[in-house]
Design a protein around this ligand. Structure first.
Ligand code: ATR
Length: 280
C-alpha cells in the first residue's frame, strides 16, 4: 500500500511573514518525509469553514496563529490541558477522526530556557511583563515548572488581575509603578509585550534592578537582540532570546502530523536567523 502524502499548514491573517514553513520544511527534508507544510491566509470570516473542511481536504493538522487562536479553541472537538489553561489553540491534529486542539507555546517557552538557562525554574520569583495571550502561555509554563511566585506587571492593571484570578495561587498582579520593587529579588524576567519589537525602543523594566543571578528572556525575536536583552547583557545577566521558543513550539505539532519528533538544532536556528535579517 502506498501511503498518502501527509499535509499540514499554518494559518493566520496575515500569514506571509510566518517562519513556520521554513522550520517544518527543514525537518521534512532532513527526515526525508513525503509531506508538505504550507502557509494559508484565511480571513476571520472564513476560518470556521476552513477548519470544518480540513479532513476532507486531506490535512493531518496544522498551526494556528493570530488572529485565529481563540476561534480554533472554540472549534476543536477536544483540547489538551495546556490549551484549556491558556484559552487558545496553536496546534490542530486529528485522532480517530476527532479534531484536537493543543497549545505548544508554553512547551516552547520552557524548552528554550531549558536549552539556554538550565535551572531557570528554581531561580526565584518571576516577573512577567504583559497580560495578553502570550503572557497566558508563559504563566502556564511557569506554573507547570513549579515557579511559585509569579508577578504579572501590566500597563492595564485590570488585565493582570484577570490573569491572576485565572491562574490562582502564587500569581500576583501589579501596575507598572511597582516594577522596580518587584525586580529587586526576582530570578527571572520575561517580556511578553511587543515593546522592543521592530526597533520600538521602549523598555518597561530595567534589568539593572535585578539581582546578579537573574535570567532575562524576551518572547519577541525580531530583532533577536531586543533593547531589554541588550540591557540585561550589559548588566552581565544571562539573556535568552525568543527565537528558541518559536523553534521548540513547532516540535510537538510536527511529531503529531508526521510521526517523528524533530530536533531543534544549531543548523535550524541559523537557517531562521538568516531569514530574520531585513531584506533590502
Ligand atoms: P499577545 O497575545 O501577543 O500577548 P495582546 O493580547 O495584544 O498580545 O497583549 C499585548 C500586551 O502588551 C498587553 O499586556 C499590553 O498591555 P495592555 O494590556 O495594557 O494593553 C502590552 N503592551 C502593548 N503595547 C504596550 C505599551 N506601549 N506599553 C506597555 N504595554 C504594552
Amino acid at each position: 500500500m502506498v501511503e498518502a502524502t501527509r499535509k499540514a499548514f499554518v494559518t493566520g491573517h496575515p500569514i506571509k511573514h510566518s517562519r513556520s514553513p521554513k522550520i517544518h520544511g527543514y525537518w521534512l527534508a532532513k527526515h526525508g518525509i513525503d509531506g508538505s507544510y504550507e502557509a494559508i491566509d484565511v480571513a476571520p470570516a472564513n476560518f470556521a469553514g476552513f477548519v470544518k473542511t480540513l479532513q476532507a481536504n486531506g490535512y493531518s493538522g496544522g498551526n494556528i496563529t493570530i488572529p485565529h487562536k481563540e476561534a480554533a479553541f472554540a472549534l476543536a472537538d477536544n483540547r489538551d490541558q495546556a490549551a484549556q489553561d491558556i484559552g487558545a489553540v496553536n496546534t490542530l491534529w486529528f485522532e480517530d477522526g476527532i479534531l484536537w486542539g493543543g497549545n505548544t507555546d508554553a512547551h516552547g517557552f520552557a524548552a528554550n530556557l531549558d536549552d539556554h538557562a538550565p535551572g531557570w525554574a528554581s531561580n526565584g520569583p518571576a516577573v512577567v511583563l504583559g497580560a495578553g495571550g502570550a503572557s497566558r502561555a508563559v504563566i502556564h509554563a511557569l506554573k507547570q515548572r513549579g515557579v511559585d511566585d509569579i508577578r504579572i506587571v501590566n500597563r492595564t492593571l485590570a488585565r493582570a488581575m484577570e490573569l491572576r484570578d485565572r491562574f490562582g495561587a502564587g500569581v500576583s498582579a501589579h501596575g507598572m509603578a511597582a516594577t522596580g520593587e518587584l525586580l529587586a529579588d526576582a530570578g527571572l524576567l520575561v517580556n511578553t509585550t511587543a515593546l522592543g519589537m521592530h526597533g520600538n525602543e521602549g523598555l518597561s523594566a530595567d534589568p539593572a534592578l535585578l539581582p546578579d543571578h537573574a535570567v532575562v528572556t524576551d518572547i519577541v525575536y525580531v530583532p533577536l537582540e531586543t533593547p531589554l536583552l541588550a540591557a540585561a547583557r550589559a548588566r552581565n545577566l544571562k539573556a535568552v532570546d525568543g527565537l528558541g521558543m518559536l523553534l521548540h513550539q513547532a516540535v510537538p505539532g510536527f511529531e503529531r502530523w508526521f510521526g517523528i519528533r524533530p530536533q531543534v538544532t544549531a543548523e535550524l536556528r541559523a537557517l531562521i536567523v538568516a531569514d530574520l535579517v531585513p531584506k533590502p
